[in-house]
Write a protein that binds this ligand. Structure first.
Ligand SMILES: Nc1ncnc2c1ncn2[C@@H]1O[C@H](COP(=O)(O)OP(=O)(O)OP(=O)(O)O)[C@@H](O)[C@H]1O
Ligand SMILES: [Mg+2]
Length: 1048
């Protein structure tokens, strides 16, 4: 743990610990005056400053206030790396630096989302402007960038050289003294990126345009233009290069050049800055026309004729002026030498005296320059404005204000400007007192915190002296300006003496006693400012306060063709009857507004100290520094801080910020806030001397205590962030899960619905089908109608499907599904078709030999089927071409038959004699035209087919057949009785060849046959167990043959 202070009981020891911790960072003196041993001693204070200054340690804290001593030399402490070192680091953790303060404000802005302001005070030349520039650089370098806003950084940075060129000048106190007050708001978006800016300017010291004290210069721009402008430009403007001595407005101080300033360089930077800011070339030209015209105005000379009339003696200037300001030369010359008064709508023109003409000229120069400066600020503001207005107007952006206003200054000769400047510083001091010393002590009282009061000087009395209504110096000045009669600066002084005589902070020559009287001139009044005594010479107070410009000069300027001028001089001014506010009152009002702005923000302070009047580095003028320490109230500041507490916060804010460090207060404390804070600090182990609890706030005495708490918070942040992330992610995922779940349920329910409906539909349809089926079944015999058509169709369909599945495989396959009664006919048709188809198929596939075979079989079937008992047995046996090969037939027979009667079929047969029925083995040969019975080489009988009368067979299984021949034919011996083993085949072939298919007679019992002419034999066929052929007693041939098939 980095915090050691808690172990230490006594204050001295605490200091020791803190000091050792801090001095480890830079070992010279103490980094924070709060750590000074002898904190009430001014000498110790100054010694600490001196020691640090000697080592170039220009920054020291008083608590959260930064004291800065001008080093008057460039230090290597503003680099980018240094900026990074200070980024996000606690105020006290690292050696004091302006970057630490800038970073502190920035972090406060980001964490607490409160607008901040940084008030930079100190006398002229103490380093305020430099400080403000460093802060701006810090922000523009270290803050995150937002898209489209990178150019805003450039513009913010480049606004400085432009404003310095036009608003800064060399004075005796400072070579780059700000002669105007500047309050700049830097706008940040919610991510902390600079997105815009806005500048408020306060009372430019216009008198410098026409007059400078000895050793001082006019505004830088004039010298920059003459030194840096190229020849062509200067020629156009009618100016002479590098010769300020030619211009009356530049010679008053007799100081054309300053060693510390490089005007040529500055000119380059300034013109570049103008283009970065967004000035067009024309605008730059118009602006420079105005700058040049002021120089020409200064060179205008007047003469007096013998009648005392004033006239212009310098035509060249007039020519340039009319050219640059784009006004009518004659109008301008008239307006510079005459005065126009409008009374009761009547215009009166009267000539001006030489002196009046000169002062009119100067007034015009001041007005032109002053208004151009205001225009310039406006122009820069437009360039810095954040364009996305709705975005900016939302609460998401915040600002840090930078106040760099002219410092308290005392010259030999102090005038109205110094009066205003010092009054302004008085007001700022007042604000400082209000916000630190007074409010701090009042707060302790209000909170009921034990506290030892610290005396300090409250400068309210001086502020009142200047600004009080009716009685204040400004009120009296205004009164003198407005009252009719011959009011003058002297009457004003007298009035002051009358009204303010006796005031502790106001003295005049007349009012003063002996010693002081010598120091105050007769035309002076002295104010005892918080920062010292200043004598103001009243000369010019009334004029400067009135800030008068003759009406006819205004008229001329209103007609100017230079666009900038026409924006600066409005015609309404001429018609507006209301008298404009005086310069002092305007200033007073704008300061009041500034105070309001500053009060609304959380302030941080930089107190700048000037180490010497000679602008030299390394010189530490103790008297000068002591004076500043005194009037800046640094000692009081230190005492108040030491007596008090380093840190305070409303309970609510404190608890809100640190509640995560204590289980009882995290995540929410339900009880009273004070109890919550008390619980929290006890948990954190705060010692009683480290803090006090007020009525609404907690007061923490040492910064270290706070750092410890901050560190603990930083460490805890991780855990808190993880917890928050966890919860958030959990919440997000849960929500996502719920969403998905819900979606799933919706989809499921829809899908289930769809499925359920489909199923129900299917069931309904099924039930309908079943119902139809049953009904159809019941009514299946009724004529087809709506009630049974389904069933019938189904039956039909089922039958057809069954047929399809069980089609006969081949021609002989007789299977066929049993048709339902209604389809009997159709079934038969189908069957036929199918068989035909099969047959057709079969036939297509059949070979010629087989076809022949089948044709013969078919004929055999025609002849024998159902008529001859042995026929079925013959069916599977194939018919052969012949039963006798040619080799088996006697060659002689063949020769006898001749080549024309080739034997087509031959078979061995048994011939029975016609009378005795003796069996004789023979061959039966069938030729193309006759059947020939052969015995060896002998043709026994030849029967021409044409002569064949018929063929007869018995119906039994025997092989007997009779060939009937005409008995009338002498060549024939009678009918031929033959027996053959292949009777079916033989008879079939014979029937075919003899074309006797229809003449085959199959007898049931007997066959008669002709034996010879008129005689006939009979063959009786008898069923028996076995084949037996005998001649019966009746003379018949008896053939007994078994019956192989039982005929139906
Ligand atoms: N931090 C610094 N580092 C180096 N030089 C510095 C620093 N601060 C101031 N100076 C020198 O001191 C000079 C005067 O400083 P600066 O212009 O900031 O004074 P000022 O307080 O603004 O005075 P005025 O009230 O007249 O405007 C600068 O021009 C510069 O030379
Ligand atoms: Mg300045």
């Amino acid at each position: 743990m980095r915090y050691h202070g808690r172990e230490v009981e006594v204050e001295g020891k605490i200091r020791l610990v803190m000091e050792s911790a801090l001095s480890a960072r830079d070992r010279v003196g103490v980094q924070d005056f709060l750590l000074l041993e002898n904190y009430t001693s001014e000498a110790a204070f100054i010694e600490n400053l001196r020691r640090r200054y000697r080592e170039n340690l220009i920054y020291t804290y008083i608590g959260s206030v930064l004291v800065s001593v001008n080093p008057y030399k460039e230090l290597e402490i503003y680099s980018k790396q240094n900026m990074e070192r200070y980024r996000g680091v606690n105020f006290y953790e690292i050696s004091p630096h302006i970057f630490a303060l800038a970073d502190n404000s920035y972090r406060a802005l980001r964490t607490e989302r409160r607008d901040q302001c940084i008030l930079i005070s100190g006398e002229s030349g103490a380093g305020k402007t430099e400080a403000s520039k460093k802060i701006l650089q810090y922000y523009t370098t270290t803050c995150p960038t937002r898209q489209n806003t990178s150019s805003i950084r450039e513009r913010l940075l480049h606004s400085n050289p432009v404003l310095e060129a036009f608003g800064n000048a060399k004075t005796l106190r400072n070579d780059n003294s700000s002669r105007f007050g500047k309050y700049m708001d830097i706008q940040f978006d919610y991510k902390g990126a600079p997105i815009g800016g806005h500048i408020l300017n306060y009372l430019l010291e216009k008198s410098r345009v026409v007059h400078q004290n000895h050793g001082e210069r006019n505004f830088h721009i004039f010298y920059q233009l003459l030194e840096g402008g190229d020849e062509q430009l200067l020629k156009r403007l009618g100016l002479e290069k590098t010769n300020p001595q030619h211009y009356h407005y530049l010679v008053k101080g007799n100081c054309p050049r300053v060693s510390t300033r490089n005007d040529r360089n500055c000119w380059r930077i300034m013109t570049n800055a103008l283009s970065v800011i967004g000035f067009t070339e024309e605008e730059v030209e118009e602006l420079l026309d105005i700058v040049a015209s002021v120089l020409h105005l200064g060179n205008m000379q007047f003469g007096e004729n013998e009648y005392g009339e004033t006239h212009l003696t310098t035509d060249t200037q007039l020519r340039y002026l009319s050219q640059l300001l784009k006004v009518e030369g004659s109008d301008l010359s008239e307006a510079l030498t005459h005065k126009k008064i409008v009374a009761k709508e009547e215009e009166m023109i009267s000539p001006l005296s030489l002196e009046q003409a000169l002062s009119a000229r100067d007034a015009l120069s001041k007005a032109i320059y002053g208004r151009t400066f205001t225009w310039l600020v406006e122009k820069i503001n437009k360039s810095l404005a954040f364009k996305d207005e709705p975005y900016f107007s939302s609460k998401s952006s915040s600002v840090i204000g930078l106040l760099d206003i002219y410092g308290f200054e005392v010259f030999q000769h102090n005038s109205f400007e110094q009066f205003c400047i010092n009054y302004c510083n008085e007001k700022l001091q007042q604000l400082f007192i209000e916000l630190t010393l007074k409010s701090e002590q009042e707060e302790y009282d209000a909170e009921g915190i034990a506290w030892e009061t610290v005396e300090y000087f409250n400068n309210k009395i001086i502020c009142d002296l200047v600004e009080e209504k009716h009685k204040g110096i400004i009120a009296i000045l205004d009164e003198e300006c407005l009252r009719p009669g011959d009011a003058s600066d002297i009457t004003f002084l007298e009035k002051l003496e009358d009204t303010l005589g006796g005031h502790a902070h106001f003295v005049t020559h007349k009012l003063a006693n002996g010693k002081t009287r010598k120091a105050v001139g007769r035309e002076e009044f002295r104010l005892l400012h918080y920062a010292g005594e200043v004598n103001y010479n009243v000369n010019g107070f009334l004029d400067k306060n009135n800030d008068l410009l003759y009406r006819n000069l205004k008229e001329v300027m209103c007609k100017s063709g230079n666009p900038i001028m026409s924006q600066c001089f409005h015609r309404e001014e001429l018609t507006d009857q209301k008298r404009p506010e005086t310069a002092a009152t305007q200033f007073k009002l704008s300061l009041a507004k500034l105070m309001e702005i500053l009060m609304s923000k959380e302030p941080s302070y930089i107190r700048c100290i000037k180490p010497n009047d000679a602008k030299q580095s390394g010189r530490f003028d103790e008297v000068l520094v002591r004076h500043q320490v005194k009037y800046l109230g640094l000692m009081e500041n230190l005492r108040v801080r030491r007596a008090g507490f380093a840190y305070r916060r409303h309970y609510e804010a404190f608890l809100q910020r640190y509640k995560c460090l204590c289980p009882e207060t995290w995540p929410n404390w339900e009880g009273k806030l004070v109890d919550g804070v008390s619980t929290l600090v006890k948990h954190l182990g705060y010692k009683p001397e480290e803090y006090q609890l007020g009525r609404s706030k907690i007061f923490i005495r040492f910064p270290k205590t706070l750092f410890f708490t901050e560190d603990a918070r930083e460490a805890q942040k991780q855990t808190v962030v993880i917890t928050l992330q966890k919860s958030w992610r959990g919440y997000r995922e849960r929500a996502k899960y719920q969403r998905i779940r819900h979606a799933v349920i919706v989809i499921q329910s829809w899908w289930r619905g769809v499925k359920g409906r489909r199923k129900a539909k299917r069931r309904r349809e099924a039930a309908d089908t079943i119902r139809n089926f049953i009904k159809g079944f019941i009514l299946r015999h009724e004529p087809r109608g709506p009630d049974n058509e389904y069933f019938l169709d189904h039956v039909r369909f089922s039958f057809i499907m069954s047929v399809k599945r069980n089609l006969p495989k081949n021609v002989l396959d007789k299977t066929w599904p049993r048709p339902p009664p209604a389809l009997t006919e159709a079934s038969a048709h189908l069957h036929r078709l199918c068989i035909r188809n099969l047959v057709n198929d079969y036939c297509r596939r059949i070979q010629p030999e087989w076809k022949n075979q089948l044709e013969q079989k078919v004929i055999a079937s025609q002849i024998f089927k159902g008529r001859k008992d042995c026929y079925p047995q013959s069916v599977p046996r194939l018919f052969v071409a012949t039963r006798l090969e040619n080799e088996e037939i006697n060659l002689k027979v063949l020769q006898t038959l001749g080549s024309d009667n080739k034997v087509k079929y031959g078979v061995a047969v048994t011939k029975y004699d016609r009378h005795g029925y003796r069996a004789r083995a023979r061959q039966l040969l069938l030729t193309g035209s006759a059947a020939v019975l052969v015995q060896e080489a002998k043709v026994k009988q030849r029967i021409e087919y044409s002569a064949l009368l018929g063929i007869s067979l018995g119906c039994l299984s025997d092989g007997f057949f009779v060939l009937h021949v005409p008995t009338t034919d002498s060549k024939q011996k009678g009918d031929l009785v033959l027996q053959c083993d292949h009777v079916i085949e033989t008879v079939t072939k014979l029937a075919i060849m003899a074309d006797m298919i229809n003449s085959v007679n199959i007898s049931q019992d007997s066959i008669k046959f002709a034996v010879a002419r008129g005689k006939e034999g009979v063959i009786d066929f008898i069923c028996g167990a076995e084949l037996r052929v005998v001649k019966a007693k009746n003379g018949h041939l008896s053939v007994t043959a078994p019956r192989l098939n039982t005929r139906a």
